[in-house]
Design a protein around this ligand. Structure first.
Ligand code: AMP
Length: 458
C-alpha cells in the first residue's frame, strides 16, 4: 500500500515524502479512505500509531479541494486533551500542508491569549485546540465555529478522564449540525461509547491492529519493595545498569518532583513533567530527554499522555497506576526498534490491589521478585502478592484511591469510569471497534512478556 493509492494529491504526497514516510501505517491505510469518503470514523488508536496523519492528511485533502474564501473560516476543528498534544498536532499539520494554501493554528490555555487571538483574526482553515481555551475564546467572540465541516476528537478517552465532557458538549452545541466527525480513542469505556453514540453518525470503525508486523517483546518485571526503599532501589538500578534513557511514572505531581530532586542529588540528571509545570519547563524537559541531556524523565500519566516520547528501553512504574488502563499506556512506551524493552514496576504491599487489577485487565500473571538488600518488611499475616491473570476477577475493588491534591491527583480519586465495577467491569465493556474486546490488545503472552509492534508501534 502506498500513499498515492490512498487518493492523496501531489502537494500532500510531496510533504509526506519529505517527512520520510515511505508507506502508510495500518491506521492510516484504514482511516484515510474513509475520511476522504466523508464518513464518520470511530478509531481505536493510541499515540505512536501514526493516527495524527491518519486524520490530518485526508482532512487537508478535502479542504484543499475547494478554494479558500477571501475571508477564511475554520473548516476543521481538532480537539485534544493536552497542550503538548495540541502543539504536536499543529506541528504535523503545518508540515503536511507545506505545499497547500491552508492555514492552521493552535490554541491552548496556560499562555497569554493575545498572540492566539491575533492569528485567529487573520483567518485560519484548521484550528487545533484544547477545550477550555477554545470555549474561553469563543465566549469572547474570537472564534467562530459555524463553518466547521470536520470535527476531530483526539484522545477522547483522556479528554473524558480530564473532565472535559461538558466542555466537549458545549463546543458541539455551537458547531453546525451537518458535519463529519472523527473520534480517536485508545480505550473504549462506557462513557466513550456514549459520547461516540451521541456524536457520530453511522461511523466506520477503524483499528490500529498490530497484526502482520514485526513484533518485539516488552519484558514486564515486578519487584516487591517497601515504599520508603523505592528511591534508593531505582537509583541503584539506574546506576548499576547504566540506564541512559529512563521514563519513570509516579501517581502524583509531588512525588514526581521529589523523586526527580533525589535522583539529581545522586548525580543522575533528571526532570519532572506534570500539570503544574509551565509549558516552557515541560517542553525543555522533553527536549533534554530526547537529546540525551536528561537521563531520567519523571512524569505523571496525564503529562506523559500524547507526548511523542521516543520508544524507550526502560519504563519504570515507581508507583502502579490505580487505573489499570494507564499501565497499558505506560508500558506501551517501552521498546526500541529491533530490541526488547523493559517495563519495571516497583510494588509496595499497599499496591497489591492495583497489581491485581492490572493483571486482570491484561489477562496475564506478572511474576514478582525481590532484590537482595531491598526485601520488603512484610508483617506476619500480610497478604502475598496477587498472582492474577487468567480472566479471574480481581480481589477487592481492583484499585484503591489514595490521592491528594491537584488535578492529576484528583483524577485518581474519582470513582472508576465504568461504574464502580473496577477492572472486571471495564474489561467487559471495554470492547474496541472492530470487535477485539478486552484489554489484552497486543497479543500478550504469559510469563511477564508482552508482544508489541516494533519501532513506530505498527
Ligand atoms: P502519532 O501516532 O500520530 O503520534 O505518530 C507517531 C510518530 O510516527 C510521529 O513521529 C510521526 O511523525 C510518525 N509517523 C506517522 N506516520 C508515519 C508513516 N507513515 N511512516 C513513518 N512514520 C510515521
Amino acid at each position: 500500500m502506498t500513499f498515492e493509492s490512498l487518493g492523496l494529491s501531489a502537494p500532500i504526497l510531496k510533504a509526506v515524502s519529505e517527512k520520510g514516510y515511505t508507506s502508510p501505517s495500518p491506521i492510516q491505510e484504514k482511516a484515510i479512505p474513509v475520511v476522504l469518503d466523508r464518513q464518520d470514523v470511530l478509531a481505536s488508536a493510541q499515540t505512536g500509531t501514526g493516527k495524527t496523519a491518519g486524520f490530518t492528511l485526508p482532512i487537508l485533502e478535502l479542504l484543499s479541494r475547494t478554494k479558500p474564501q477571501a475571508k477564511r473560516a475554520i473548516r476543521a476543528l481538532i480537539l485534544t486533551p493536552t497542550r503538548e498534544l495540541a502543539a504536536q498536532i499543529q506541528e504535523n499539520v503545518k508540515e503536511y500542508s507545506t505545499y497547500l494554501d491552508i492555514r492552521s493554528t493552535v490554541i491552548f490555555g496556560g499562555v497569554n491569549q493575545n498572540p492566539q487571538v491575533r492569528t485567529l483574526r487573520q483567518g485560519v482553515d484548521i484550528l487545533i485546540a484544547t477545550p477550555g481555551r477554545l470555549l474561553d475564546l469563543q465566549a469572547q467572540g474570537h472564534v467562530n465555529l459555524n463553518k466547521v465541516e470536520v470535527l476531530v476528537l483526539d484522545e477522547a478517552d483522556r479528554m473524558l478522564d480530564m473532565g472535559f465532557l461538558r466542555d466537549i458538549q458545549k463546543v458541539i452545541k455551537v458547531l453546525p449540525g451537518y458535519r463529519q466527525n472523527l473520534l480517536f480513542s485508545a480505550t473504549f469505556s462506557k462513557e466513550i461509547k456514549e459520547l461516540a453514540g451521541g456524536i457520530l453518525k453511522d461511523p466506520v470503525a477503524v483499528e490500529a491492529t498490530p497484526e502482520n508486523t514485526t513484533v518485539e517483546v516488552i519484558q514486564q518485571r515486578v519487584i516487591l519493595v517497601d515504599q520508603q526503599d523505592k528511591t534508593k532501589l531505582i537509583t541503584q538500578l539506574i546506576a548499576d545498569g547504566n540506564w541512559r534513557q529512563v521514563l519513570i511514572f509516579t501517581r502524583t505531581k509531588h512525588r514526581a518532583n521529589r523523586l526527580s530532586e533525589k535522583l539529581e542529588k545522586s548525580g543522575i540528571t533528571s526532570a519532572a513533567i506534570h500539570g503544574n509545570k509551565s509549558q516552557g519547563a515541560r517542553t525543555n524537559a522533553l527536549k533534554g530527554f530526547k537529546d540525551g541531556k536528561i537521563r531520567v524523565l519523571v512524569a505523571t500519566d496525564i503529562a506523559a499522555r500524547g507526548l511523542d516520547i521516543p520508544l524507550l528501553p526502560h519504563v519504570v512504574n515507581f508507583e502502579l497506576p490505580n487505573i489499570p488502563e494507564d499501565y497499558v499506556h505506560r508500558i506501551g512506551r517501552t521498546g526500541r526498534a529491533g530490541a526488547s524493552g523493559e517495563a519495571l514496576s516497583l510494588v509496595d504491599i499497599d499496591e497489591y490491589e492495583f497489581l491485581d487489577g492490572i493483571q486482570f485487565l491484561i489477562n496475564e500473571s506478572l511474576p514478582s521478585e525481590k532484590i537482595e538488600g531491598f526485601e520488603p518488611n512484610n508483617r506476619p499475616g500480610d497478604n502475598p502478592p496477587p498472582t492474577g491473570g487468567g480472566g479471574r476477577k480481581p480481589r477487592g475493588g481492583g484499585g484503591r484511591p489514595k490521592a491528594q491534591g491537584g488535578k492529576e491527583d484528583r483524577r485518581h480519586s474519582k470513582p472508576k469510569r465504568s461504574g464502580g465495577g473496577g477492572p472486571s467491569n471495564r474489561n467487559k465493556s471495554g470492547g474496541r471497534p472492530g470487535g477485539n474486546s478486552g484489554g489484552n490488545k497486543s497479543g500478550a503472552s504469559s510469563g511477564g512478556q508482552r508482544k508489541k509492534t516494533s519501532g513506530k508501534r505498527w
